[in-house]
Ligand binder design. Structure first.
Ligand code: ADP
Ligand code: MG
Length: 287
């Protein structure tokens, strides 16, 4: 039988905007020693500003237009940010083909041209001769008809809540706070140092995020539980693998909310320590 304290814990958590899908997760939350965060939309706002446009052989305006065309059908925070900066409409009827490759970028056929918009991995995969950006930021490289046309640098901000959230987790005695990201090393390291994270892994594909989680599990006992927190875009496999997969419910995708064990109503990383606290305290209530 399930002790009443479990129900009170789940009920109290839900009053705090933390939806726990079962008493087993409440129990697991009591013995967490590692918290793994995704970056975009989880520790950062997921809202990027364009900070630099570097075009090659075409105008900056032209480059931006190619990027907007490529991103027009994507739901990724990068796409939304580029389109809002472009601030014009894209003629969707001219899109002849479309492929979004998770953690790489976009391939699109438009008005007789073939556009690539994505990271260095995409450029290498498509054999594009490009020159790497020097700026620190998330970089969208663009090629048209296999010819490199430049890059757009975009920057996201750390959520104000993330700083306290990490401090609080450390002060509670969480052994390791880790970040996994598909974004580049410069961006990842910059955030890790600002937040005082213990470990950071960058340039990861969705399946490589699962591999990293497996690595974290190695040499660990049943009593050392691992949380993964993500906004969900491409994160469903990692959410499912973690002892406690936590999805940001606000920005998060339906797939993530489905795959998660815990859903946060508001996208605040500080809810993680709150969830652990509630789980720990409700266990002490004697009925
Ligand atoms: P994160 O791990 O930070 O949540 P993702 O796994 O969603 O990031 O994406 C990893 C990287 O893949 C991005 O930083 C970007 O370089 C590239 N990428 C993903 N989607 C897009 C897109 N729609 N346009 C351009 N680049 C993209
Ligand atoms: Mg993500």
């Amino acid at each position: 039988s399930i002790p009443l304290s479990f129900f009170s814990g789940i009920g109290f958590a839900s009053k705090n905007g933390i939806l726990i899908k079962g008493s087993n997760y409440l129990e697991a939350l009591r013995s967490v020693d590692t918290v793994v965060f995704d970056k975009t939309g989880t520790l950062t706002k997921g809202v990027f500003n364009v900070t630099k446009i570097n075009s090659v052989g075409i105008s900056e305006e032209n480059l931006l237009e190619y990027a907007a065309v490529a991103e027009a059908n994507s739901n990724h925070p990068i796409a939304k940010s580029i389109l809002s900066y472009y601030n014009k409409s894209v003629d969707l009827e001219k899109i002849e083909s479309y492929e979004e490759i998770a953690a790489y970028g976009i391939k699109v056929g438009y008005n007789g041209e073939h556009i690539l918009a994505g990271n260095e991995k995409l450029m290498r995969k498509e054999n594009i001769f490009y020159s790497p950006a020097k700026e620190v930021g998330t970089v969208v490289y663009i090629a048209v008809n296999k010819v490199y046309r430049g890059y757009i640098v975009i920057s996201d901000e750390i959520k104000e809540d993330s700083i306290d959230a990490i401090k609080h987790l450390k002060s509670m005695g969480i052994k390791e706070v880790v970040m996994l990201t598909g974004d580049n090393e410069k961006v990842a390291n910059n955030i890790a140092s600002q937040l005082g994270l213990d470990k950071v892994y960058s340039n990861l594909l969705p399946n490589e995020k699962v591999d990293k989680l497996e690595e974290i599990y190695e040499g660990r006992t049943e009593k050392e539980k691992v949380i993964f927190v993500g906004d969900g875009i491409n994160d469903a496999p990692v959410l499912a693998r973690a002892d406690v997969g936590i999805a940001m419910g606000g920005l998060g995708s339906d797939a993530a909310i489905e795959a998660a064990d815990v859903v946060l109503m508001t996208d605040e990383p500080s809810k993680i320590s709150k969830a652990i606290e509630i789980a720990t305290k409700t266990n002490k209530i004697v009925w």
